[in-house]
Write a protein that binds this ligand. Structure first.
Ligand SMILES: Cc1cc2nc3c(=O)[nH]c(=O)nc-3n(C[C@H](O)[C@H](O)[C@H](O)COP(=O)(O)OP(=O)(O)OC[C@H]3O[C@@H](n4cnc5c(N)ncnc54)[C@H](O)[C@@H]3O)c2cc1C
Length: 445
C-alpha cells in the first residue's frame, strides 16, 4: 500500500479514483479496507465548497461500513428530524422516526463533511493527492489503462500519467469519463433545471414543533429541512451551524441572459417575496459573494461501467435534489462498484461479468431515482422493466417514505404507476399515509 503523501504521485496503482467528494472518498475507503492499493486524484484543494447540505438518515449505515461514524458525530453537525413541505396550498410534515429510522438526518457544511471523509480515506492508507486534474484516459491497453493528469501543486503545471487496472470516475457533475466516452445524455429540454443558492446569517428556522425559532435555540428545538414551492419552481431552507443555506430550483429559461448581478437580484428578490421564506429571513443578512449557480444540471449516462472503469455518484447521473439523496446515492454506488472491483481482482477472467452486473444494478438504482425525481414530468431515459424489480425489494416503510415525499411534492405519478405495475401498491398502509399527509399549521408568531 502507498504511504499517504502529497509529494509524489506513483506511476502505477491498482485503482485510480478521479475526485474526492463523498463518492470518491468512500470508494477509496472501501477498497483500502481490503488492502487494495488506491490513488485518488482531486482537482481542488480541500476543504472545498459543495452544495447538498441536507442528509437523510440512510447515510448512517454507510458511515458505519466506512468506519467514519464517530468522526462525523464528533463534529456535532446540526441534527434534523425530518422535513416540512409547503407545496402549493398545503403544508405537510415528514418525520423520519415514523418510518422506522432511529438515527436522525443532519444538516452539514459540505466542505467540512467531505473533508472528514477524505481525511478518513487517507488515514487508512489511500494516497490522496489534491490539486491534480485528470485530463484524459487512454483505454487502448485494456489491462492497464493510462490516466493523464496535470499537477497544479505549487507553481507547477506538470503533465504526467499513471497506469492502473481500474478507474473509478467520481468527478461529480462534470461527468469526466462519460463526457470523454460520449455516453452522457442531457434530459429533454422541457425538464432542464438550474439552481441558485446562497447563504444568510442569522436566519430564523422552522423547528420540529412547526414553530419559527431564532438560531440560538437550535440545541433546544431541533430544526427541519424546509422546502417550499413557488411560482417558478421550489426552494430549500437548511439551517447550518453558522449560516443558513437557501436555494432556488427553477427552469433553465428563468435566468437565461442574466449576468451575475441580475441573478443575484433575482435570488434576493425571490427570497424577500416568497411567503414563509420572507418570514424566516426577516432579520437575516445575506452573506456577500455567497451566491452560487449550477445551470442545466439534469443528465444521465447510457453506460456507467466498463471492464476497467466505473462511474459513480454524480459522475453517472443527476436530476433534481428534491429527495436530498445525492450523498447517500454516492455512498451506495461506491459500495457496489467496489464490491465488483474486489471480485474482479480476485477473479480477473470474470471482470466483464462483474461490471455488467454492476451496470445493471446501478442503472436500476439511478433509473428509479430519476423516475421519482421527475415524477409527473415523465420518465426520461428510464428503463421501466429494469426499475420495477427494485421496488419489490424495498421494505414497505421505505416505500411509504418515498411515496409520501413524492406525494407532498406533487410528483408521485411515476411512483404510483410503477407501484401498481409491480403489485407493491396493495401493501401500502393508505391510512398511515393519509394521516401523515394532513395539512398542518405553521406558527410564525
Ligand atoms: C442544487 C443542488 C442541491 C443539492 N442538495 C442535496 C442535498 O440536500 N442532499 C444531498 O444528499 N445531496 C444534494 N445534492 C447532490 C449532492 O451535492 C451530490 O449528489 C454529491 O455531492 C455527489 O457526490 P460526488 O462525490 O459524486 O460528487 P462531488 O461532491 O461533486 O465531488 C466530485 C469531486 O471531483 C472533483 N473533480 C471533478 N473533475 C475532476 C478531474 N478532472 N480531476 C480530478 N478531480 C475532479 C471535484 O473537484 C469534486 O471535489 C444537491 C445537488 C445540487 C446540484
Amino acid at each position: 500500500m502507498h504511504q499517504a503523501s502529497e509529494q509524489s504521485i506513483p506511476t502505477q496503482c491498482t485503482v485510480l479514483i478521479i475526485g474526492g467528494g463523498p463518492a470518491g472518498s468512500s470508494a477509496a475507503t472501501f477498497l483500502a479496507q481490503s488492502g487494495i492499493d488506491v490513488v485518488l486524484l482531486e482537482k481542488q484543494a480541500f476543504p472545498r465548497n459543495q452544495v447538498g447540505e441536507s442528509l437523510i438518515p440512510h447515510f448512517w449505515k454507510f458511515a458505519d461500513l466506512l468506519g467514519v461514524t464517530e468522526k462525523i458525530k464528533a463534529e456535532q453537525f446540526v441534527i434534523k428530524s425530518g422535513g416540512i413541505f409547503a407545496w402549493q396550498d398545503k403544508v405537510r410534515q415528514v418525520k423520519f422516526a415514523e418510518f422506522g429510522y432511529d438515527r436522525p438526518g443532519l444538516h452539514v457544511e459540505r466542505d467540512r463533511f467531505d473533508h472528514i471523509l477524505l481525511e478518513h480515506a487517507k488515514s487508512i492508507g489511500v494516497s490522496v493527492i489534491t490539486e491534480v486534474i485528470v485530463k484524459r484516459v487512454d483505454f487502448s491497453n485494456s489491462e492497464l489503462p493510462t490516466v493523464f493528469y496535470t499537477d497544479k501543486r505549487g507553481d507547477t503545471n506538470r503533465e504526467s500519467k499513471i497506469r492502473c487496472r481500474y478507474i473509478i470516475d467520481a468527478s461529480g457533475h462534470s461527468s469526466f469519463l462519460a463526457s470523454q466516452l460520449g455516453t452522457r445524455q442531457t434530459i429533454s429540454s422541457e425538464l432542464k433545471f438550474l439552481s441558485l443558492w446562497g447563504y444568510y446569517r442569522n436566519s430564523r428556522y422552522l423547528g420540529v414543533d412547526r414553530a419559527c425559532h431564532t438560531p440560538d435555540q437550535i440545541q433546544q428545538q431541533l430544526p427541519v429541512t424546509f422546502v417550499m414551492s413557488f411560482s417558478d419552481g421550489w426552494i430549500w431552507h437548511i439551517i447550518l451551524r453558522e449560516s443558513t443555506s437557501v436555494g432556488l430550483v427553477v427552469h433553465n429559461d428563468k435566468t437565461r441572459g442574466m449576468d451575475k448581478a441580475q441573478r443575484e437580484l433575482f435570488f434576493k428578490q425571490t427570497c424577500a417575496e416568497v411567503p414563509y421564506l420572507r418570514e424566516l429571513l426577516r432579520d437575516a443578512e445575506f452573506i456577500e459573494d455567497s451566491l452560487q449557480f449550477r445551470p442545466d444540471y439534469s443528465y444521465y449516462s447510457t453506460q456507467i461501467c466498463g471492464e476497467n472503469y466505473y462511474c459513480i455518484g454524480d459522475a453517472a447521473a443527476f436530476v433534481d435534489p428534491i429527495f436530498s439523496h445525492g450523498v447517500q446515492n454516492a455512498f451506495y454506488n461506491a459500495s457496489i462498484s467496489t464490491i465488483a472491483i474486489k471480485e474482479s481482482l480476485k477473479n480477473p477472467r470474470q471482470r466483464a461479468r462483474y461490471s455488467q452486473l454492476c451496470e445493471s444494478r446501478m442503472q436500476q438504482f439511478y433509473g428509479f431515482s430519476r423516475a421519482l425525481s421527475l415524477g409527473d414530468y415523465g420518465i426520461n431515459g428510464v428503463n421501466r422493466e429494469l426499475v420495477k424489480p427494485l421496488m419489490k425489494t424495498l421494505p414497505p416503510l421505505e416505500l411509504e417514505l418515498i411515496y409520501l415525499i413524492s406525494q407532498v411534492t406533487n410528483r408521485s405519478e411515476n411512483f404510483i404507476q410503477l407501484a401498481q405495475e409491480t403489485g407493491v401498491w396493495n401493501s401500502f398502509a393508505e391510512q398511515h399515509i393519509e394521516r401523515l399527509t394532513e395539512n398542518i399549521h405553521l406558527d410564525f408568531s
